[in-house]
Design a protein around this ligand. Structure first.
Ligand code: NAP
Length: 233
């Protein structure tokens, strides 16, 4: 796909990795609609191409693609980037704790993918995973479930929506600490990276662009983690 002139929706696209994806798409000449929840000020940089929705609210997830089409026209590209991350061990993974992660990280992308498929027969979808989908991090059980299931959804949707729509994923390693962990030296370590260098948000955006440009790749995940997913932890 040639990205110039295509319309993309990037969820959580105002800050951090989402912003790098937004900026990379803009640099390719795409029109980007930036979804946000709380980052209204940062999203303002992209005004008027901004739209707010709470991924914790299933009704707002169901209608986001329709609202986007009404305001800006139908989209060609959907990037499911918005996400939450909580450290919750199995023993604390109550229904409420689990749904807090599964709703925005898995059920929201599912609703948006369905909305996309209702609107168009051709296009591209990217889901943001986590390099830990290949391992078993017991410190964040609901989060792990949400990202592992999103990887499976990527494959199911890739098959179901072929031949017109490709569905792929990018799995970042430790790129940016959660804001509350910015000064936490434990995060700074974040495990061994075989390639020694920590990838940047721009590296993640580069993988997103690569998958969006290809018309021959679907159901795949690119790990942008310096090889961390190959290790046991
Ligand atoms: N950072 C990393 O090192 C890392 C590592 C592995 C995987 N990833 C994955 O890469 C993607 C981007 O990472 P990130 O660290 O940049 O993400 P992030 O800062 O944790 O979250 C991205 C955005 O999600 C939006 N969001 C959160 N809850 C929402 C809700 N209920 N409704 C609507 N939007 C909501 C927020 O938008 P507002 O700011 O507008 O509220 C937030 O800015 C995520 O899918 C993440 O899981 C990141």
């Amino acid at each position: 796909m040639i990205l110039k002139g295509k319309r993309a929706l990037v969820t959580g696209g105002a800050v951090r990795i989402g912003r790098a994806i937004t900026e990379a798409l803009l640099a390719e000449g795409a029109e980007v609609i930036v979804h946000f929840l709380t980052s209204e000020k940062e999203a303002g940089a992209f005004w008027p191409n901004i739209i707010q929705a709470d991924m914790n609210d299933p009704a707002q997830c169901e209608t986001l693609l329709e609202r986007t089409a009404q305001q800006f026209g139908p989209i060609d590209i959907l990037v499911n980037n918005a996400s939450v991350f909580h450290q919750t061990r199995l023993i604390d993974a109550t229904y409420d704790a689990a749904i807090k992660e599964l709703q925005p990280n898995l059920l929201a992308p599912l609703a948006l993918i369905r909305g996309f498929a209702r609107q168009t027969k051709t296009g591209k979808i990217i889901n943001l995973l986590d390099r830990r989908v290949t391992s078993h991090d017991t410190t964040c059980v609901p989060y792990m479930l949400s990202k592992k299931a999103l990887e499976e959804l990527t494959k199911l949707a890739a098959l179901d929506l072929a031949p017109g729509i490709t569905v792929n994923a990018v799995a970042p390693g430790a790129i940016l600490p959660p804001p509350k962990d910015r000064d936490n030296p434990a995060w700074e370590y974040a495990g061994t990276i075989p390639l020694s260098k920590r990838p940047t948000p721009a590296d993640v955006a580069g993988a997103v662009l690569y998958l969006l440009k290809s018309d021959h790749i679907t159901g795949q995940t690119i790990f942008v983690d310096g090889g961390q997913n190959l290790l046991e932890t």
